[in-house]
Write a protein that binds this ligand. Structure first.
Ligand SMILES: N[C@@H](CCC(=O)N[C@@H](CS)C(=O)NCC(=O)O)C(=O)O
Length: 210
């Protein structure tokens, strides 16, 4: 199996963590999906990573779809809870964490444009989603060790990836100070092997033509 990733991507990171947790061997291919020469062309019509390439090279894309696929392929350890209620709770946390990351990407890209072309309204709109999304995560975590039930799940993978993506691309938001429970949660989990092995790294992307 091969996985096409970008090194800063929180979405690719979710899948990299899942593969490590499940001890599935794979080859990593590093792409920069924003650049002209991205290898996503003809593989994912949306031009986005992560993309899992199966042995026959069939592509599976979108971190949620890939991780559910992996959970079926190798059910242990389970990432998506089997109880209906917990499954929905975990997916809601995943959706909010992913949505925060989407907004961070949009702010990052907007700030790459020439100053006179940037929309303050657009940036404010995205920042509101980031702040309210993190507040939602904090309120749902409370003082627990894991987001859902007593087990590590996709909710933890998504939230952890999201928090460290904020540190990389939106450091002006001091979430540790504002949400002490998330800071405690981060300190509890940051030593996890799969988290340590997948720390996000910035990539240089080509400037966006106006
Ligand atoms: N919903 C997708 C989001 C993936 C995504 O936005 N990937 C970004 C990198 S962080 C990308 O490849 N963007 C390239 C583009 O939009 O052209 C997932 O969960 O996999």
């Amino acid at each position: 199996m091969k996985l096409i990733i970008a090194t800063p991507s929180p979405f690719a990171r979710k899948v990299r963590i899942a593969l490590i947790e499940k001890k599935i061997k794979y080859e990593e291919i590093i792409d920069i999906p924003w650049n002209e020469n991205t290898i996503t062309v003809g593989v994912n019509p949306l031009g986005k990573i992560p993309i899992l390439l199966l042995k026959n090279n069939d592509p599976i894309f979108d971190s949620k779809v890939i991780n559910e696929y992996l959970d079926h392929l190798k059910p242990n350890p389970p990432l998506y809870p089997s109880s209906f209620q917990e499954n929905v709770s975990a997916k809601l946390i995943e959706t909010v964490a992913d949505g925060v990351c989407d907004s961070i990407v949009l702010v990052f890209l907007e700030n790459l444009r020439n100053k006179n072309l940037r929309s303050k309204n657009w940036i404010n709109r995205q920042e509101k989603k980031i702040f309210e999304g993190i507040e939602y995560l904090s309120n749902h975590l409370k003082e627990k060790e894991f987001f859902v039930g007593n087990n590590f799940s996709i909710a933890d993978i998504s939230c952890f990836s999201c928090l460290e993506y904020i540190d990389l691309r939106f450091p002006k938001f001091d979430w540790r100070k504002k949400h002490k429970n998330l800071d405690k949660y981060w300190k509890t989990h940051e030593i996890r092997d799969s988290f340590q092995k997948t720390k996000p790294k910035a990539q240089m992307i080509e400037p966006i033509q106006n």
